[in-house]
Every structure is written in structure tokens, then in C-alpha cells.
Design a protein around this ligand. Sequence first.
Ligand code: BGC
Length: 759
Amino acid sequence: MGDSGRRAAVSWRERFAASRAVRLAVLGACALAIANLAGPERPLDVERRIEALLAQMTLEEKFGQLQQLSGSRPEYLELARRGLLGSTLNARGAATLNELQHAAVDGSRLKIPLLFAFDVIHGYRTVFPIPLGEAASWDPAAAERSAAIAAAEAKAVGLHWTFAPMVDIARDARWGRIAEGAGEDPFLGAAMARARVRGFQGDDYSQPDRVIACAKHWVAYGAAEAGRDYNTTDLSERTLRTVYLPPFKAAVDAGVGTFMSAFNDLNGVPTSGNPFTLTQVLRKEWGFDGVVVSDHESVLELIPHGFAADEADAARQALPAGVDMEMVSRTYATHGPRLVKEGKLAVSAVDEAVRRVLRIKLRAGIFETPYADPARERATLLKPEFREAAREIAARSMVLLKNDRGVLPLPASIVRLAVIGPLADDRRNMMGNWTGDGRKEDVVTVLEGVKAAVSARTQVAHAAGAVVDVKLLAEPEAPDDPAARALLDKALGAARAADAVVLVIGESGGMSGEASSRTSLDLPGRQLELAQKVIATGKPVAVVLMNGRPLSIGWLAAHAPAILEAWFPGTEAGHAVADVLFGKVNPGGKLPVTFPRTVGQVPIYYNYKNTGRPPNEKDNYTSRYLDVHWTPLYPFGHGLSYTEFRLSNLRLGATPISATGTLDVSVDVTNVGQRQGDEVVQLYLQDVVASVTRPVQELKGFQRVAVKPGETRRVAYRVGPQDLGFYDREMKWVVEPGEFRVRVSNSSVGGLTGSFEVR
Ligand code: BGC
């Protein structure tokens, strides 16, 4: 080829390149126009818009979408303008969020809006009971309602995404985060998970009063060894699938938009770098197509786990394992582009993660409605009907553990009432942990609630008696500490002068939740001594407990006339407690978690295995303790009422049934007392002999029913293969032939029993 020929070839190539650039630019502009078209999202449109955006993104912008940062620092405005930020957590309020959003939408090349996340766990401004408390309502409709209200408030301040529900099963009361979940049982946990996802998201999380939910923490975080937060978990795949996965699966089935990978190491592979749980189970088996966000720096923490050598290695492992978005740490953004260029990270894996993030942004409608409206914020927060719902749900969550001699309900006409205890008038602690934007000035304390409920002639005295916010690691106070003595004496004086005492004791709000594990389940500080002395006055004493975990309250169980478990009830705490104390509401909650006699029994749960030597009073060489009875203090499912219920007429449908068949079970529940009340009728099953050992019982059905005095209601269940099956030795789900026992009851102990056969 001569010179002229070479020149011609070059110029042809240049012309081609130039025209290709023009074509690409035109295509890009069209794609961008399509991508930013407003309008309702059909799935095809969403997918087209995703591809149109992806086609134009630089590698750095792709990793930008995968970055979530905390708060609202000035640096983030710059990152948003450069397309290097996908989401924030903890930034709040219309003004702050709109400033960030303008930087992304008006300032960035591709105008992709930011996704704003926050931990809206049990309410945003109107605070509901802690999730463990709400689970004690055994009322998924109540949980759905409170999540819906939390979503409406959160959306009104510009948030799109909540890091809830936490659906971790917890069998260890030492673990502080037991407060954030639904307790120890996978069946109840799954029901609550479904309800909360529905409540947060509705049918469509782009609606003005809904947010994207997040099932966390994936997975088995609640099995932390020794109940110590963030600790290692090591469990069989069977236990994982049988106990820990069902609430997550229920969340997926309910359409949850996102998952959060956890902090813990699971069987040697940290869950934020675990392809088996993140990809095999979640995506391939369950078909989840939403986003997985890491927990707070959990990608970076692959280094101290001893799983990643450095930051780049952490990113190289976490992203292809299935963590799409990185919370707070920046290993993806810092090292991702280089890893791709060096061939250490497949761009296809990055593109998939970006697609998922863009998909939830498009589905959430934030391209169309990126900004928050401050007027909406003012009009929505803490509406009277939200407070009313908080009061009702808090009262529905309370569990009457004990009520001797009918101490409760108290007559509203009582003349002298003493409201004692460090939590009685404590505005802050009644909301518990993770309180969103809950403000203590909004809280009704128990003292206030009681005063509002009693008659005009009732005199209400108050004394704290002890402190609840004690330093758990501090040296115990000297018994003769004069300040403590004065507090106690004042309370005893009030108790002696009263006709009845309400004693409000428990934990501080911060003693449960994240990083709040305890080795003792006792009442902190000198509260037990306070209770002992107040009860020794001989007055009728109703103990109201506020706590985020089961407590070992053996002494109270033996000596207090009445105990009401109120958990942390939230904004309307005082009204709700008073509603129950004075009988406006008849308590109907049940324990979603076993109360041990002592911390030494932990982990203790109702669905245990029988062992080869089931515990036996008369035989030492059985599975029991020398010093404490093996049974719990209060079993799972326990809860009393001001009325009395009787179960009768347990009926089972035609049996035997086939392995794919169903069985109808029904029972009559009669209110044989004097007051209207709710009973939670529970159904438990046991597969008596199987190819792998099965628990002595498993909850497979429950209904909370309201029954009038003298009324009988029939409660019906249908038991099917999903209730009868288990994972066999090959980890296949099977229903094996043989005998099954069924028990219908008002707790995990007692009730009516029957049996049937599967053939
Ligand atoms: C917690 C998560 C929470 C996240 C963001 C973490 O420390 O484990 O539950 O969603 O912080 O606040």
C-alpha cells in the first residue's frame, strides 16, 4: 500500500471512528431520554432503561452506584455530582435529602437519583413496641399496620428504604439483638416477616406512603456463639434451613426488595462473602432479584475475619459472592475499577449488581419523584391516628405472665396508688432501642398514663426507688450507698402509704439491641432488692416489666402477685400500660421466646430434640441439671388473660392422609370467664419417628381470636406437606410416613392432644 493509500485508509478509519462516536452519542442521548421518561413502570420499560443507562456508564460510575455512605457530609455532594454515589443511610429530613438529591439529579452526567435509607425498625417518629414485643401480639395484622405507618412517616421525610424487618431467629437471650426480631420460632418469625414486608412495601413500594424493605441479617446472625454480638456461628445446613431460613424465605415470598448480608462467619465463610448463602440459596433456589446490601463495613471486615488479605481482596470476593452494594466501607469504589482492568473481577458481575441497584431505583419511582416535600413531612408525622394505633398495638403486645388473686386489673377508683420504679416516669427508655426519629418529648410515661386513667379522687404517688441506667461493668454499689438508700426509702414510704403498687422495672433501652449482649439476664442494678422490699410491704403489687430480652425473674415469678411483660412499648407506652392495668384492654399477648429460670439454661427453646435420655425427675442420668430444673420459667407461647378460656372438641379430619395430602384440625375455644378477651390458639406437631431426629414439637398454626364471655368459637387449621416435612439425610425435603402427634393449646405446654397417620 502506497502513502496515499495509507492516508486514505487512515482517514477512512478516522471518519468511521468519528461517525461511530456521533452515532454512539446520538444513541446515548436517545437512551438517556428514554431512561428519564416519566411514567408507570412496566417491567420491560424498566429493563430497557437499565440497559440504556448501563451502556453509558463508566466503570467508576458503575461502582458509584454500588456505594452507600452514611450521613450527609459535604464530600457526598461532590461524589453525587460525579456519579460516584448510589445511596446514603442516616441522612434525614427533606432539606438535607433534597440537597443531596439535587447534586445527583441536576449535577451528574447520567442524572441517576440517590436512594435514601434509614433504620426504621419499629416506627419512625411514632414509635411502636420493639419488634420482639410486637411479635408477642401474635397478630401479624398489627405488625403490618405498624410497619405501614412507619413507612408513611419515613417516606414523608424523603426516605425510600428501611433496613427492616430484622428476621433473625434468636434462641439466646444474651444476644441483645433478640429485641429486634420476632423471637425464637421460625413459623411465628415467618408470619411476622411476611406481615412487616407487606406493611413497609404494600403492593408497590413506589407509592407515596411505602418504602423498600430489607430482610436482615442474612444469615444466622442470631446464632452468635455465647450470645456475644458479631460472634462466629457454626451450624448444620439442616438447622440453618429448618430454623434460620424460613423467615427470610417468607420475606422473599412477600416480595421484599432488598436483603442485608450479615457480619457473622457462618461455618467458616463470612456471610458477606458467602456464595452459598448469597447466590446459591438466595438467588438460584429462591429466585430473589432484588439488591443485597452489606452490613455496616461488613465487606471490609472480611479482613479481620481472616478471609480477605486486604481491601482489594475483600471487594474481589464479596461482589461476585453476591453483595451488590457496599455500606460505608469503600473497597468496591476504591479497588473495583482496577480489579476489573486487571481481569480479577468480571465486569459482568459488576454489571449485574448495577442492574439490581438501578432496578430498585426504577421500581421505587425515584427517577420520577426524586425530592421530598417538606409540607408532606409536617402533615404526616405523629398523626393522632398513628398515635392511636401505637397505643392499641402496644397494649396488644403485652403479656400477662402472672396474676394471682386477681390483683389485675386495678380498679380505676382506687384511692391511693403508688407508681414506683426507675422506668415509671422515664421518657427515653420506654422507646427501647433503634428509635428512628422518636423523641422523648412525645412519649407518654407510665406515670402519666396512670394519672390519665384513674378517677379524679385517686392520689398517685411516685418514686423511682432505684436506677436502671447502671454501668453493667462497674463495681457493684456498696449496699449502704446513701443515695441509693434514700431512693429506696422514699419508694418504700410511698408503697406503705398506698392501697396498691405498680412497680415498673427492667432494662434500659440501650441494654438490648446492637452491641448490647449481656452475660446476666438478671434485673440490672438494685431493682431486685427494690422489688423484694416493695413486695415485702404486703401491698398488692403489679410488676410491669420493660426489657428487650427474656429476663431471669425467678424471684419475681415466685413472689410478685402480678407480672405484666410490657417490653419497650414506644411513644404511647404509658397509655397502653394503663389500658391494660385498669382493664380497658384485656391482655392477650403470648411469649414469642422462652423465659429461662437462669442464664445457665441458655440456649433454651421449646422446639428442642428429645435426646436419648429425656429429662426425668427420678433419674439423674438423664438430660438435666443438678442445680436447676430443666424446664423454663415461662414457656414459649405462655400468656394469661383477665378471663379464662377452655379448649374442647379437638377434631381431626379423616386419617391416614397421604404424604401430599392435608388434614383439617379444629378445636372449640370457650370464654368461661366474665370479660371479653383474646386467646391465641396454637397448633403444634411432632413427627414421632423419622429418618433424622425431629423436635418434640413445632408450631405450625396459630390464631388470635376475640371471644365474648360465654361464647364458643371454632378455630380451624389445615395441616399440609409444608408442615409435615423436613430435610432428610440427603437434605431433600420429604414427608415420611408414620405417626404424627398434634397438640392444640394456649402455650407450648399442655392443651389437647391427638395423633394421625401419614401413609
Ligand atoms: C446493623 C444493621 C443496620 C446498619 C445500618 C449495622 O450496624 O447491624 O442492622 O441496619 O448498621 O445502620
